[in-house]
Design a protein around this ligand. Structure first.
Ligand SMILES: NC(=O)c1ccc[n+]([C@@H]2O[C@H](COP(=O)([O-])OP(=O)(O)OC[C@H]3O[C@@H](n4cnc5c(N)ncnc54)[C@H](O)[C@@H]3O)[C@@H](O)[C@H]2O)c1
Length: 432
């Protein structure tokens, strides 16, 4: 099949590459010329395990191409996937759909034969209806069908998640469009993956309801971890004990920093904004957002307590700053709140992240990237394990820090409390 993918970011690039690897002809479009030129040279704009090899392989085999020419890409495709960003609007909770509507207004000019137009971007309930209306102003209804196909991949696991998802959700009542997409996804469906055809609005809501639920699960276990810390209960036992109940499930029951990333924060806000429009009170999601916002304060208080309220001139090391491992994505990472606050209190901060230096911290005088774990940890007063990259899991801190009286704040509960005690390290985890 001939596909056009608009927006070559985390979702668009993975979608394009995976569909090309499944034997389709794919043209990836982006309005960022630099990105397109680099992709043609095999330079990948994001860090995502396995992506580079797959891009190079499919580009070489001519199934995958990159362009800034939207007209050419739309003209030469049967299925168009819209994968542009839908960030939070400034000073508002609602999703900013400017990128999306700009794309829609452009592609409607280039529809030359029947096209299935698929929104993979996460878009609020009824956005598909609006897209339909915008295109109908210029093109006859029998030339296109607008479908919602939300994406559930996780950064860091994106290729596996795309190829082996938990489910494929297709929102359309149009039989022709549904058949075309079922055919496209057939190699994945054949692996036993569930294909759910629902209404377009249903698919749009499934995405937000899923993300808001997962975000709530994280906030829930974070709050239970707070209670564990006050009562001497080990959160890990609680997570295991809860997770063994199949109605609850064991995933997303690990406490940590506030949830971040490009999806949960913006999607919980956006669903609230949609609910307001439809005069519905989503009080649980409201509480989740509030709980998550308060999380930074709770972690900062703990850091102050660990350092006995003396933060000025203390050397603090962050191991990992991205919102999760195996991605370079900094969007709404909790480190963006913690580091500036600690810097303001006079701490001298070094950070190491396997995905490299971050522009976000360039403006702070005493926040420095170091390219080695050993340099980052040397002479540190406090090491904060912020993101659980594999390379942090087996470190000999006594050797690395080379001084007495340092502390470790393990925000992901990666290390063994017992081993830390044996090594006489002042160790703190979350909820234990
Ligand atoms: N990142 C994730 O893990 C994830 C997972 C599931 C769903 N989503 C959703 O997918 C969507 C995309 O997310 P992302 O993280 O890939 O975003 P991103 O910001 O990484 O990528 C968006 C891309 O769209 C391009 N773009 C913007 N306007 C364009 C235009 N007019 N023409 C061509 N290209 C244009 C940008 O240059 C950018 O490369 C969002 O709605 C997001 O909520 C993201």
């Amino acid at each position: 099949m001939k596909l056009c993918i608009i927006g070559t970011g985390y979702v668009g690039l993975v979608t394009g590459v995976c569909f090309s690897d499944l034997g389709n002809n794919v043209i990836c479009v982006d309005n960022n010329i630099n990105k397109i030129q680099n992709l043609k040279k095999g330079i990948i704009p994001i860090y995502e395990p396995g992506l580079e090899e797959l891009v190079k392989k499919n580009y070489k085999e001519n199934r995958l191409n990159f362009t800034t020419n939207l007209k050419f890409a739309v003209n030469n495709s049967n299925i168009i996937f819209i994968c542009v960003g839908t960030p939070t609007k400034k000073n508002s909770y609602s999703a900013d759909l400017n990128q999306l509507y700009n794309v829609v207004k452009s592609i409607r000019n280039y529809i030359n034969k029947f096209k299935v137009i698929v929104t993979k971007s996460t878009v609020p309930l009824t956005t598909g209806d609006h897209i339909d209306k915008i295109i109908s102003q210029k093109k006859s209804k029998n030339l296109f069908s607008v479908v919602s196909n939300p994406e559930f991949l996780r950064e860091g696991e994106a290729i596996r998640d795309f190829m082996y998802p938990d489910r494929i959700v297709i929102g359309t009542n149009n039989i022709r469009a549904n058949n075309i997409l079922k055919n496209l996804y057939d190699p994945i469906i054949k692996r036993g993956i569930k294909y759910l055809n629902t209404s377009r609005r249903g698919a749009e809501l499934i995405k937000y309801a899923s993300n808001a639920f997962l975000a709530t699960k994280i906030s829930y276990i974070n709050e239970i971890a707070n209670l564990c810390e006050k009562t001497g209960v080990n959160i890990e036992d609680v997570s295991i004990g809860m997770g063994l109940d199949q109605r609850i499930g064991s995933r997303f029951l690990r406490p940590g920093p506030a949830f971040g990333g490009s999806c949960f924060p913006k999607d919980t806000r956006a669903i609230l904004s949609t609910a307001k429009k439809f005069k519905t009170n989503l009080s649980i999601i409201k509480s989740t957002i509030k709980s998550n916002e308060q999380r930074h304060g709770i972690l900062l208080d703990k850091i102050k307590k660990i350092l006995k309220n003396k933060i000025k001139n203390k050397k603090i090391t962050f191991l990992g700053v991205t919102f999760k491992p195996n991605t370079d994505d900094m969007r709404e990472s909790s480190s963006l709140k913690l580091i500036p606050k600690l810097h303001k209190s006079g701490a001298v901060i070094s950070y190491y992240d396997p995905s490299g230096i971050k522009n976000n911290f360039q403006k702070y005088k005493n926040v420095n990237f170091v390219d080695k774990i050993s340099t980052a940890c040397k002479n540190s007063d406090l090491i904060i394990l912020h993101t659980e990259w594999n390379e942090f899991k087996n470190l000999n801190f006594t050797k690395l820090v080379k001084k007495k009286n340092f502390a470790i704040y393990d925000m992901r509960n990666v290390y063994s409390h017992k081993r830390m005690l044996v090594n006489k390290i002042n160790y703190f985890g979350i909820g234990r």
